[in-house]
Write a protein that binds this ligand. Sequence first.
Ligand code: C5P
Length: 237
Amino acid sequence: MEKREELYAGKAKSVFRTDDPNRFVLVFRDDTSAFDGEKKEQLNRKGMVNNKFNAFIMDKLEAAGIPTHFEGLLSGTESLVKKLDMIPVECVVRNISAGSLCRRLGVEEGQELNPPTFELFLKNDALHDPMVNESLAVSFGWASAEELARMKELTYKVNDVLKALFDDAGMLLVDYKLEFGRSEGQIVLGDEFSPDGCRIWDKETRKKMDKDRFRQGLGEVIETYEEVGRRLGIQFD
Ligand code: C5P
């Protein structure tokens, strides 16, 4: 496999073509951004930590029968993934209230949500990823009703697997965002799962152990990501 030219640079990751038209290289960079790119910083080791974190989680999800684009680690900051036809809608599950839900509904952070909620957001930085629903997604042709049903089913299945995984390691999975794409007629989990795209709290102290440390200027961002990883049994260099 040969890495070729850069195809796309996102806010924290870049995608490179390879000599295989069906495989891309994902490069996890140290760039960290929040508030649609308004707050930006380079955090040393973040690319490596998130790459290894994501590899560990994707392996767990594959083992639980969830199809993912992840094929393997290539280096500290690079992973090989399947090419997907990405669906421009983000799926968010929440087990505990936090973030935009609290701002939108004026509810307090930390309420248990039973059953966990499921929301859709359109991927559009210029519009700040507005909340959408299934009807809009189908009418605008972003995804079919069947695809959305499968995305919801898989997003909840991820919740069952990961809530237990974090719980066993003394942490609460508060919420997370997933992105899906199409590959050979199947809905497949794409993008990444790392502390950049979820909220994780310590079970006892409720200490924030995710990107809210960066968003809220709480400090020790990467040290805390590494602590989450170590508790799960991930080896970093
Ligand atoms: O901001 P909000 O509370 O809606 O985010 C819910 C979850 O989805 C959080 O874990 C957040 O990190 C994640 N998210 C994300 N990328 C976005 C929007 C939300 O990773 N564009």
